[in-house]
Design a protein around this ligand. Sequence first.
Ligand code: DNO
Length: 356
Amino acid sequence: MEMTLRWYGKQFDSVTLEQIRQIPGVKGVITTLYDVPVGEVWTRERIRSMKEEVENAGLHVAGIESVNVHDAIKAATSERDFYIENYIKTLENLGKEDIHLVCYNFMPVFDWTRTELARKRPDGSTVLAYTKEAVDRINPEEMFQTIGSDTNGFVMPGWEPERMEKVKELFELYKGIDEEQLFENLKYFLTKIMDVCNQYDIKMAIHPDDPAWSVFGLPRIIINKENILRMMNMVDDVHNGVTFCSGSYGTNLENDLPDMIRSLKGRIHFAHVRNLKFNSPDDFEESAHLSSDGSFDMYAIMKALYEIGFEGPIRPDHGRMIWGEKAMPGYGLYDRALGAAYLNGIWEAIEKGEKK
Ligand code: DNO
């Protein structure tokens, strides 16, 4: 595996490449062109200058998170082929610039959903949190507003103000689309892009739905082992792969994370490794990465990745806000750096233990 950190670009991130370069063992970043609207083609020039910026700081681009999929594709409107063509051009341009990993999601309307962005923990840190009760109580527009007022002034992925303005229209778009239909739409998209992925060896890595169940009545499909294996079989090509995100699949306590990892051998191209602390099955918060701070056995997760011979990038995921840092919720430097160091330590111990 290769330890990496997510970076949103100079304009959008409080963390600098110079800081990332000093996290032990981190040589790559996972990045994006955050300002390109969903559905527009990424030009080779923009991709190249992003790469150069990263490389000038002594790092490399380990992959893209995300090239977002336009709602016209997810909802199969009459414009979907146009947007798929644009997506193919973006993949082609990434391939030509020697980038071979793309993380994306197929969640309708929202990306991840949390009900609090700064819940206080006993140690004084603040974290993202979710309660089912809060989602049941409010409507999506109110949710956009509460989230929007708690972002420390940063634009949160999937919660961009332009999208929030269109939330009603977006909900309309998905009327009548159930899970079966969404699977069909995903299959259509993947089938169309597989040629370009094969040509440039681009590994597509779908991010799970977070949380791993339906919110606000919208269909959600990338939620458990059964569905993700269905997706892998539906388009049985190594380039149709997975971002294994422990914090997203882990929202459903019925998901056995190490078992899921083992069942996806060869198809996990990217991993987000983080911990959650459950206060009840309907209330969780994003703890520190350390096993004992949350509900997951992080050693077992890393061991499963080791055992399937995982060689792709891993990144620590959402960190707590600690030491007075002001950053995009979940994406400060300090706790993610601690997470990277901890996960690197687990990996070293597993490796050395296995070699004995
Ligand atoms: C949340 C992230 C997601 C992820 C997208 C992938 O912090 O893990 O926003 O990047 O779902 O497209």
